[in-house]
Design a protein around this ligand. Structure first.
Ligand SMILES: Cc1cc2nc3c(=O)[nH]c(=O)nc-3n(C[C@H](O)[C@H](O)[C@H](O)COP(=O)(O)OP(=O)(O)OC[C@H]3O[C@@H](n4cnc5c(N)ncnc54)[C@H](O)[C@@H]3O)c2cc1C
Ligand code: SF4
Ligand code: SF4
Length: 676
């Protein structure tokens, strides 16, 4: 090892690190460590000048290893690997010490401690760097087909962008039609365009595009593989309709005697039949039979739809189909669900008839909705004379969701406009803070104020029907502390609309596991980097778009859908990708064939080779997570780049006495584990 020459680069990260860590002292100290040929500090190591500094040293000083003490590898490992590669050094011989998150940010009040910890982290990184081995990424061809999961506006945008560029797309949507939540909306803020008018042409394009295969009423059950080569198992649920002959004429649903409350598209405000098409502009146009509510499936009688179907399309015997797809990239655009306001009983939803959710109101004001667009109370006929719209129901509330749902202030203003447009009612908005921060949103807010909406600042305590004073009888009374005038108020209204939070889908965590990506504490999918890589995930080849990543309005969802398409197209254009070589490896000569690793691997990447009686890792499927390395009782699996030697060396480095100045080390000798 005598010939190794390590370069250490300590970054100030502006004030982020240098405000707490004495970076110059760390660099000077690092210079005293064995094998360190040069140690420097610099204000922004990731800047072009910082990168050039490292490149120059590698070339001129003949460095064989590089240690960058800066921020998290999550942020800049690819940057500094790129620097090393450009200077002719194998990129896997670069190691990072995270002295920002692990030192300066966690020891803000103690510069001496932060500096000592930074030195220990650098020492650990230097020792580990000396144990690293050069690795070569392997290449894999990229399949041109892309899978888009979720047919809301984000998924529709991604699919059309990719398909219009000439590449095949398979869209999987679990509902009977694409369209997502946007299909339920009436007008869209801030421009008040009719949602259906801007959405349905795009839905039609998806349904008829020669490059798009649309699988509705379908769900992904299993995903294997890696960027460029995913194998996906999809369950195509039985519609009980033969779509080859169905014309979507509607004779079946117009004769179906089974009526059920439509909790899906009509948000519980309207009814549908057991054989149904969710809405007139649905794509595809074919209905489905909801077997749970179909009289024939439940009681063995009826078959009215079959009798009246002019083309013989009803197919009660149809079974689910399993399709196995081969795709190169995946876009997840699975959207959001809305908060159930029954969790806040004091707002009376489900108990007080005239308390509505925002999605119910969307359906009510929709000309194609259950009331034909009339704003009426639950009795279906009475027009309200006053309406209270309560913001932040389930958002910005530590009991439910701490985050802001980002769209409801604007949707609430839109509702104020629609109520004014269709009734003579007074409208009261109950808000905590008004958030109208994107293009034309503030102007929309001002317009609604000019239309005469009353704004009351304060979180509503209660909605009650218990009248206390004249004028409150027969009304819903909104009890609130008006923080602008510093007074408790009771405002009687006829109708209350709850602006419910946007939440992750019920199965978001399960879907994240299935696709090998992460979820935030709130439950939304996590992006690779919140600022610089908002549509990629930590799994190469899997992208996220729209409200599955967090609350978003339509323009933002469209922007993300298009961004995922750009990322996918750039990968397809490369024809092949480099795959990280950090994988597990089994020393077959010492493998006892116990198969413990086979069952532990979360990616099913380990096969048992019967003839040889040993296990073997499939590097294409292995994600380098290290589960098998830890599990192997014979200690014969090593994680490349995270070898036993490298980890032990790093621990030894961390145990350096940073005050000794000469790199005194407490040596921990690795002890082989005895195997019975
Ligand atoms: C009351 C209300 C009013 C709003 N009004 C406006 C407005 O006026 N203007 C505006 O800009 N925004 C508005 N929004 C926000 C708007 O609804 C969203 O921005 C938009 O719908 C997000 O689109 P999306 O494609 O990300 O998700 P979604 O619309 O939720 O679509 C996701 C799709 O994925 C499907 N899916 C889910 N899971 C799976 C799975 N596992 N497999 C297959 N498919 C799956 C779903 O069935 C759905 O079709 C409003 C929101 C609310 C709650
Ligand atoms: S058989 Fe089922 S779907 Fe068909 S008409 Fe009767 S209840 Fe409706
Ligand atoms: S967008 Fe407005 S109403 Fe919605 S949660 Fe945020 S602050 Fe509340």
């Amino acid at each position: 090892m005598t010939e190794e020459r390590v370069g250490v680069y300590v970054c100030h990260c502006g004030h982020n690190i240098a405000g707490t860590v004495d970076v110059e002292a760390v660099a000077q100290w690092a210079q005293t460590l064995p094998y360190v040929a040069v140690a420097r500090d610099y204000r922004f190591m990731c800047s072009s000048l910082g990168q050039e500094l490292i490149e120059k040293d590698i070339k001129e000083l003949g460095l064989t290893r590089v240690v960058v003490a800066a921020c998290s590898p999550h942020m800049h490992e690819p940057t500094f690997r790129g620097v090393s590669a450009r200077a002719g050094l194998n990129p896997y011989l670069m190691e990072m010490a995270n002295i920002r998150e692990h030192a300066s940010w966690v020891h803000r009040d103690d510069m001496a401690a932060a500096t000592d910890k930074a030195k220990a982290l650098v020492a650990g990184a230097v020792r580990r760097a000396l144990e690293l081995k050069p690795l070569e990424p392997f290449k894999a061809a990229i399949k041109e087909t892309t899978l888009v999961v979720g047919g809301g506006i984000a998924g529709i945008t991604a699919a059309l962008e990719i398909a219009n560029s000439g590449y095949p797309v398979i869209m999987v949507e679990r509902e009977p039609s694409i369209g997502g939540h946007m299909a339920q909306l009436d007008k869209t803020f801030p421009t008040l365009d009719c949602s259906a008018c801007i959405l349905t042409p795009k839905m039609f394009d998806v349904g008829t595009h020669p490059n798009i295969t649309l699988l509705t009423y379908s769900e992904v059950e299993q995903v294997d593989g890696y960027i460029g080569n995913f194998t996906v198992r999809v369950r195509k649920k039985a519609r009980k309709i033969n779509t080859d002959v169905c014309t979507g004429c509607g004779d079946c649903w117009s004769r179906c005697p089974a009526k059920v409350v439509d909790e899906g598209f009509e948000a519980g405000l309207g009814y549908r039949t057991a054989v149904y098409r969710p809405f007139p502009q649905a794509v595809p146009k074919y209905p489905v039979i909801d077997v749970e509510n179909c009289i024939y499936f439940q009681k063995g009688t009826c078959r009215a739809c079959e009798k009246f179907c002019p083309t013989g399309a009803i197919s009660f015997d149809q079974e689910d189909e399993i399709l196995v797809l081969s795709v190169g990239n995946i876009v997840l655009a699975t959207g959001y669900k809305t908060f159930d306001p029954r969790q806040i009983p004091q707002y009376g939803y489900g108990r007080l008839a005239n308390v509505f959710t925002s999605m119910e109101f969307e359906r009510m004001v929709n000309a194609a909705g259950p009331t034909g667009g009339k704003v009426v109370l639950r009795d279906g006929v009475t027009t309200p004379k006053s309406v209270g719209i309560i913001h932040c129901v389930g958002s910005r509330d530590h009991r439910f969701n701490r985050y802001c749902s980002a769209t409801c202030c604007m949707a609430a203003l839109k509702f104020a406009h629609l109520v004014k447009e269709r009734t003579e009612a007074e409208v009261y908005q109950f808000y905590i803070d008004m958030r109208a921060s994107f293009k034309d949103y503030e102007e929309f807010y001002v317009r609604i104020l000019e239309e005469g909406a009353h704004m009351v600042r304060g979180r509503v305590a209660e909605v009650t029907d218990a009248a206390r004073q004249p004028g409150e009888e027969g009304k819903l009374i909104i009890q609130v502390e008006d923080t602008l005038i510093g007074r408790q108020r009771r405002i009687p209204v006829d109708m209350v609309i709850l602006m419910v939070a946007m939440e992750p889908q019920e199965d978001a965590v399960e879907i994240a596991h299935r696709f090998g990506i992460g979820c935030s504490n709130a439950g939304f999918f996590i992006e690779r980097h919140p600022k610089l890589d908002p549509v990629a995930t930590m799994t190469d080849g899997i992208f996220i778009a729209g409200a599955c990543q967090g609350p978003k309005d339509i323009p933002e969802s469209v922007g993300q859908g298009a961004a995922t398409a750009a990322r996918v197209l750039s990968l397809i254009g490369q024809k092949e990708v480099e795959i990280e070589p950090i994988r597990a490896q089994i020393d077959e000569s010492r493998c006892s064939g116990c198969r413990v690793c086979n069952t532990m691997c979360p990616y099913s990447a380990i096969d048992y080779i019967e003839d040889l009686g040993v296990s073997r890792v499939n590097p294409a499927l292995c994600k380098g997570c290290g589960t098998c390395v830890a599990a192997c009782p014979s200690q014969v699996i090593s994680g490349q780049h995270f070898t036993y030697e490298a980890i032990m060396a790093q621990i030894e480095g961390l145990l350096y006495d940073v005050h000794a100045g000469n790199g005194h080390v407490t040596v921990v000798e690795p002890q082989p584990v005895e195997v019975a």
